[in-house]
Write a protein that binds this ligand. Structure first.
Ligand code: CTP
Ligand code: MG
Ligand code: K
Length: 181
């Protein structure tokens, strides 16, 4: 695969995992998942992980995967690069894995004494990749290994932190997010 092709496929295939975090920021609020419970005098997850945000995030990711699947053939023909359709299990793995990774990262942040919103460089940018890719490999094995070649995975690891930092800066500037990370 040529470099440009690899980048386009990586971005396309990861969109259902990229969107949930942003949808959660827009929809978040209401009851926190941990119900306010603490462990070792620290919140289990914190007020930044809510049921509503999580559900909206997963829904947004799955719906986007559905929409991309509808246009995959037309887009492939138009740009001359084969972008993949998503199977339902691939969509769920990517979207739910992204939200789960973000939640697990908050769990680790609280254990290390970081308050809600504190930054954790590295973890903040890659938490959702670390869970969404293995979960998708587990749920949609054939689809995963067809789409996520080593080249695509390498691009994802490099591209994701760049996109994450950029979108969060924009969300912060627009007043949608409390911190720019
Ligand atoms: N959000 C949510 N539910 C989620 C993830 C995010 O409701 N599962 C919303 C919350 O309003 C959260 C905002 O999106 O404050 C920003 O997300 P994030 O940066 O992940 O949370 P933080 O507030 O920074 O909290 P943490 O330190 O736990 O990451
Ligand atoms: Mg944050
Ligand atoms: K986060």
């Amino acid at each position: 695969m040529a470099v440009l092709e690899t980048i386009v496929v990586a971005f396309w295939a990861m969109l259902p995992a990229y969107v949930p975090n942003n949808a959660a920021v827009l929809a978040g609020g209401g009851r926190p998942i941990d119900g306010g419970r603490t462990w070792d005098d620290k919140r289990v997850l914190g007020d930044g992980k809510t049921w509503r945000g999580t559900a909206a995030g997963i829904l947004a990711g799955v719906l986007l995967a559905g929409a991309l699947t509808l246009v995959a053939d037309d887009v492939s023909a138009a740009i001359g690069i084969d972008v993949p359709a998503f199977t339902p299990l691939a969509a769920v793995g990517l979207a739910a894995g992204a939200m789960l990774g973000d939640i697990m990262a908050s769990f680790l942040k609280r254990r290390s004494g970081r308050e809600r919103g504190a930054m954790f460089p590295g973890l903040d940018q890659l938490d959702f990749v670390v869970v969404s890719l293995p979960l998708t490999a587990l749920l949609a094995t054939e689809w995963f290994f067809e789409v996520f070649t080593w080249g695509v995975i390498a691009v994802v690891v490099v591209l994701t932190p760049i996109l994450h930092v950029t979108t969060n800066m924009i969300a912060y500037q627009l007043g949608l997010k409390d911190e720019p990370w």
